[in-house]
Design a protein around this ligand. Structure first.
Ligand code: NAD
Length: 362
């Protein structure tokens, strides 16, 4: 049953670990390492069944292969899950035990933060292994990814405007931003700096007030965001907000945002295309955070991070070009970009990868 699951999406390896003394039950899924070591976050979740945990690890690790490849990184896709309740099952010993597990893989898998895991937990992991990103700045890590993700989203927005209108001057267009959290608020800030018209909504009243009072955005109600007469819809809260109920209400010309899994289904993605709305694929637009963190592997440097993230403009443009070349919707073209890159790099002879200085420490 396991091999059948692995072969469905061509996973390379899945590892199961337990450490009874600390209550650790973990799964690490390594989907693809053609481009480099498998990188993807660690999720801690009270999965109801082991099967559900395995399913999540398989699904999420495959997603990371595509995200890392489309971002142009020399990194493969992986993901880890710990079965447990982050509200009550966390301990230093648990994360240090997990750190030893990661260390034992010798760099085939590199871990990071995901749902249920925070920077303090990462610090425990870092005590046992250097194969971890998202480490606190005091340890030479890259810190909070949100401003970098927001900077990447700005590249995606400009590439989309250029494609749709032949002009990328932000100030000439209007935007509907759903969710004013770590990334959404920063995107609004960038947009307002460029004098763009921005409509905002959030379930947290104080966030809306801040965007209105301090940044000059215009507030709309939670549901009205889908009816706003704006050029661009920027989801920055939840997934699945482009669906059969919301899409018929859209007057937007572009969908380009931060949230993961914005399209509820492939059918919705096809309908977006049919309606002539340009969709900038979520995982390619919101890759700034992972691009930033991945630089920790080579020795972190902010200038290099910004330069790397500015490449999202070119990545999104390439996706639009592939969609046109092959006559496919843009959400499919993102996957194709990733697959073509993996196939091309897989043919390289004599693969060479310099060692990370951190890994060379005694
Ligand atoms: P966040 O939790 O800081 O912000 C989310 C905001 O959305 C909050 O202010 C919340 O109140 C609001 N919200 C929740 N439900 C809402 C609703 N129904 N309508 C309107 N607003 C609602 O998260 P974030 O770090 O800003 O990330 C936003 C999204 O982007 C998430 O889906 C996240 O997975 C994704 N993402 C984030 C990053 C990153 O670097 N932080 C990277 C890639 C993807």
């Amino acid at each position: 049953m396991i091999f059948e699951k692995l072969s469905t999406h061509d996973h390379e390896q899945v590892l199961f670990f337990q450490d009874k003394s600390v209550g650790l039950k973990a799964i690490i899924a390594i989907h693809n390492t053609v481009l480099g070591p498998a990188l993807g976050g660690l999720r801690m979740w009270p999965y109801e069944t082991e099967e559900a945990a395995l399913r999540d690890a398989l699904r999420l690790s495959r997603g990371m292969t595509y995200k890392n490849a489309a971002a142009g990184l020399n990194i493969g896709g992986g993901k880890a899950v710990i079965i447990g309740d982050p509200a009550k099952d966390k301990s230093e010993a648990l994360f240090r035990s997990f750190g030893r597990v990661v260390e034992s893989l010798g760099g085939r898998y590199i871990t990071a933060e995901d749902v249920g895991v925070n920077v303090d937990d990462i610090e425990y992991i870092f005590q046992e292994t250097a194969y971890v990103t998202g480490v606190h700045e005091v340890h030479g890590g890259s810190g909070d990814p949100s401003p970098f993700t927001a900077f990447g989203v700005m590249q995606g927005l400009k590439a989309s405007l250029q494609r749709r209108f032949g002009n990328e001057e932000l100030g000439r267009y209007s935007f509907a931003v759903q969710g004013l959290g770590h990334v959404g608020m920063k995107v609004v800030e960038h947009l307002r700096e460029a004098a763009a018209k921005v409509f905002v909504t959030d379930i947290r009243e104080e966030n809306v007030r801040r965007a209105v009072d301090e940044l000059g955005a215009e507030a709309v109600s939670l549901d009205d965001i889908y009816d706003v007469e704006a050029d661009v819809y920027t989801p920055a809260a939840l997934g699945g907000t482009v669906n059969e109920h919301t899409l018929p209400r859209f007057k937007f010309k572009i969908i380009c945002g931060v949230a993961n899994n914005q399209l509820e289904s492939d059918e919705v993605g096809d309908e977006v295309e049919r309606r002539g709305i340009l969709y900038a694929p979520d995982y390619a637009v919101n890759a700034g955070g992972v691009m930033n963190a991945s630089l920790e592997l080579e020795g972190y440097n902010k200038e290099r991070a910004m330069r790397r993230i500015s490449m999202i403009y070119g990545n999104i443009t390439s996706i639009f070009e592939i969609a046109e070349r092959d006559g496919i919707p843009t959400y499919k073209a993102a996957d194709r970009l990733a697959e073509e890159r993996i196939a091309a790099m897989g043919k390289l002879k004599l693969p060479f990868r310099p060692a990370h200085p951190r890994w060379e420490r005694p």
